[in-house]
Structure formats: C-alpha cells, structure tokens
Design a binder for this molecule. Structure first.
Ligand code: MEV
Length: 424
C-alpha cells in the first residue's frame, strides 16, 4: 500500500491507473471506485479536459425554481445546490413577488477590470501621467490580443492609473477596463494585462509583477428591485419584521454576513448550474459589500407609501454564457437552454433576481415563523437516509422525528430499528 502522495505524471496515467493508485492509498473498495468514477451526465473525456488528475465527478442535486417573472418574462430557473429548502424558498418568494408585478432588473455593460502592478518607479506621478498619454497605444495592444471579442463589439475600452500606498512603498496600478460581452472574461482580460505589461514597463521605467483580473467587478453590476403587496407577504407585521431584519443587517456586520449568505444561497446555485465561476462571484459580492470600509448588506428592504414591501439588490455579477466550462459541460448547456438567457447580461440579471428572492424568503421566514420549521422536515429526510432508511421507511422515520421534535442521527437509528422489527 503506497503511503506517499508524491506521484509524478499522475495526470498522464489512464483513469484505471489513477483509480488503482487511489484505491491502494486510501483503501477503497471496488464499489467505492465504481461510484467515484461514474461521471454520469459529464462524460469522463469532457471532465478530464476541464480539470487535471480527474478520477470522477461530484454530483450535486439540480432543481428548478418556479414562478419567476423578470422584466415581464417568465423563467424556470435551474439551481445546483446541496442545501435543502433553498429552491422551495426561492419559488415561494417568486410567487409573492409575482403578485407585485415581478422582478425589475437592469445591468451595466459587462466590463471587467484587469490590474497591472508596477513597482520601483522612481517618479510615480510623472509615470502615471505618462501612462495616460499613451492610452491609445496601450488599448490597441490589448485589443490585438482578442480580435474576436473586438469583432463582437467588446474589447479594452479604457484605462485608469492609480497610486497604491503599500507597506513596502508606493506602486502604480494600471487598470484596463474590458468589455467582455457574453464571456465572463477572465482569460481575455488576463491575456490583455500580460500583453501590455512590457509597454507599461517601458513607459514607467518600473518593474511589472502582477497582471491579473480583479474580482471586485464594480463596473459589472446587476440591480434588481421588487414591490411585494403587504398581503402577499403575510401582512403589516411581517413587512415590519423584514424591514427590521434589514436594519439589523445594515447596522451589524455579523448579521450582514448571514444576510448576504442568504442572497448567495440563491445566486450561487444558478452560477453553479451554469458552470460559471462561483468563487469569482462570491469574492466580488463580499468585496462589494465591504467597499465603504464597513461590511453591509447587498440588499435593502423598506415600506413604501402604500405600506407594501419594497426590496432592492445591487451587486457585481461576473458571469458569462460562453467560454470555458459553460460551453463544454453538457448539463450547463441544457441549463442555459432552460433559462433561455440570450446574453451574459440577461443571465446576470436572472441571478440578481434569484438572490433577491432568496433573501426575501429567508427574511420572511426569520421574521415570521423562524427558519427551522421549513428546514426541519428536509433536514430530517437527510438524517433518516444517512441512518440507513430506504423507500417508505424514510417518510415514517421523518414523521416520527418531526413529531417528537428530535431530529438526530441516534434517534433516526433507534426508530429505524423498531420499524424494521415490526415490519419483518
Ligand atoms: C441559511 O442557509 C441562510 C439564512 O441564514 C439567511 C439569513 O439568515 O438571512 C437563513
């Protein structure tokens, strides 16, 4: 049995050799290897091109959120998520929002920022202005890297230069503003940033280190707002509770983090289902929430003059409908078809609307009956299955645990044992 993880050329091994190595190292049984290497709807050869050292695929449930009306258009929304209740909650919130006319969304052009860090500049103020004076040349160099993006109406549009005061001294940071059209754009932006670096060194006399996209996508923003009739939400009291929950989040970063986590429950599930980069969206969301120096909620809730609930959301949304895994993952391609999103902007707006819906559902539950009531039954199902319940025993174990108010692994096992004995 090998006990060293040092392997050379693991990526060159055929799948069966990778699995054999893994089986020996981790003592995996044949059925575990079968389960692991069953890549399901994602063929092995596709997975093997997406990432390195592939040994299988990791399935996450994909569900459909219903009732969404966004800018007068109906949507069925695929969401990939492991957490129970999220899809039911999104669908429930979308139904309430529908009664007030649905979601209204807008988004900025799909502009991403690429940063080029220059250090050891003797005269940074002169150098900064020198970069501006060569803006046309720099943008031209950037755009030479991606003629297809340029032909589609995208490309490097602008640049800005700032001085960053780091502990090690001042550095110049040049920021390329690139219209990525329907791509998320990380590859295009990084290629451009690397290509213009020698020119920046020549202009400044400094040394370029980092050339990389920023995930704080302040120029790629999605906005969504809703008005929900008070009766649809559950009355004045619930409206007050939701607004008060927002005030809590606005005043306390500990609550704001959880408030935003609720938004991301919805948004990230759609980002995942479309095979977009969820780490990029999460990093952008949290950095945007902290942009004032204090971490605040990404959404707001208030009462309008009719006593109805008005909600809004604003956050960066760096997602695409073409490129990378989005275009190769067979399920992601079907997800995009279900969504009927014709552009990256439309997808971004859907994801913003789902985030706002998810937030509304969570705040309503928290302000009204508490979050555990809805969660408990689904949680109990997972506990029952983990304890070994199958078929109709699952529901019977769930019923009993919920009735007793004891949803725990040990209790599930006890109930299961009794049920098995009595049904034998
Ligand atoms: C749980 O996944 C998400 C919530 O905690 C969000 C919130 O508290 O607003 C319910």
């Amino acid at each position: 049995m090998p006990n060293s993880s040092a392997v050379s050329g693991f990526y060159r091994m055929p799948l069966k050799d990778r699995l054999r190595f893994l089986a020996e190292f981790s003592d995996l049984a044949a059925e575990e290897l079968n389960l692991l290497s069953n890549t399901g709807a994602l063929p092995f050869h596709v997975a093997d091109r997406m990432i390195e050292n592939v040994v299988g695929a990791f399935p996450i449930p994909l569900g459909i959120a219903v009732n969404f009306l966004i800018n007068e258009k109906d949507y069925l929304i695929p969401m990939a998520i492991e957490e129970p209740s999220v899809i039911a909650a999104a669908s429930f919130a979308a139904r309430m929002v529908r009664e007030g006319g649905g979601f209204h969304t807008t988004s900025t052009p799909p502009i991403m920022i690429g940063q080029i860090q220059t250090v050891n500049v003797a005269d940074p103020h002169r150098a900064r202005l020198a970069i501006y004076s060569r803006k046309t040349d720099i943008l031209e160099k950037a755009n030479e890297q991606d003629p297809i993006l340029v032909s589609l109406g995208g490309g490097a549009r602008d640049l800005t230069v700032k001085t960053v005061h780091a502990p090690s001294g001042s550095m110049l940071v040049t920021e390329l503003h690139v219209d990525c059209r329907d791509a998320m754009g990380a590859n295009a932006v990084n290629t451009m940033a690397e290509a213009v670096a020698p020119l920046i060194e020549e202009i400044t006399g400094g040394r370029v280190y980092l050339r990389i996209l920023s995930n704080l996508a302040t120029e790629r923003i999605v906005r969504a707002h809703v008005t929900v009739p008070k009766d649809a939400v559950g009355g004045e009291d619930v409206v007050e509770g939701i607004v008060s929950a927002y005030h809590f989040a606005a005043a306390d970063p500990y609550r704001a983090a959880t408030h935003n986590k609720g938004i991301l429950n919805g948004s990230i599930a759609v980002v995942m289902a479309t095979c977009n980069d969820h780490r990029a969206v999460e990093a952008g969301a949290h950095a945007y929430a902290a942009r004032t120096g204090r971490y605040i909620p990404l959404s707001t809730w208030e009462v309008n003059q009719d006593g109805d609930l008005a909600g809004s959301l604003e956050m960066p949304m760096a997602v695409g409908i073409i490129g990378g895994a989005i275009s190769t993952h067979p399920v992601a391609k079907i997800v995009l078809k279900i969504l009927r999103a014709k552009s990256a902007n439309e997808l971004a707006e859907i994801i913003g609307a789902v985030g706002l819906a998810q937030n509304l559902a969570a705040l309503r539950a928290l302000a009204h009956e508490g979050i555990q009531k809805g969660h408990m039954r689904l949680h109990a199902r997972n506990v029952a299955i983990a304890a070994g319940a199958t078929d109709d025993l699952i529901d019977r174990v769930v019923e009993q645990m919920v009735r007793e108010g004891r949803v725990r692994a040990d209790r599930a096992k006890e109930i299961l044992e009794v049920l098995r004995k009595t049904t034998q």
